[in-house]
Design a protein around this ligand. Sequence first.
Ligand SMILES: [Fe+2]
Length: 211
Amino acid sequence: MARVKTYKEQAFDQLRGLDGISDAQIAEHLTLYAGYVKQVNALNQQLAERLAQGKASGKDPEFAELTRRLGFEYNGMILHEYYFSNLRKAADPSPGRHSGLAQALSDAFGSVEAWQTDFQAMGEMRGIGWVILFQDPATDRLTNHWVTLHQDGVPAGFKPLLVMDVWEHAFMRDYKATEKMKYVDAFFRNIDWSMVERRLREEAAVRPAAA
Ligand SMILES: [Fe+2]
């Protein structure tokens, strides 16, 4: 049987002491993230076993269901790694005025403020999912996207620069269901802009590798 890659959850120690997102909220969220890592490993193992046993068949509903779940579980793991690693305590309030990021946001949206208005408005949308600032590696253009659940709406091959979780589990220990925008404001007070800048600069996608 082919060797199955096993992912390990990352620790994200820099997340203690955020402004407006409690340590208890983060601890609960990290437990949920660990569940995605576990599910990715279990799914890969189950599918590899089926393949080795000659049971890989698109006509088999169990095979099909396990396969369909790959997008959900993998993106659940990966997007959380982007999310946690673009937060830090004692963060700067905005990207540096003359940074490459500020320039790229201005080129795409008119100004950093206009980009932020758009990104936060997407955070107010009904439903569970993610708001993500992406860079198209083919054109370098930055765009904001809404991703439903974890897998619907991710532009193929685009590089995530800033990832915001807007599932209710991301904030409901600290805020009521009706207070999502208080969480969105808190998220913005804790953005690690140097990480976002690094993701913009580096060709490869930058996240702590769950390897
Ligand atoms: Fe989450």
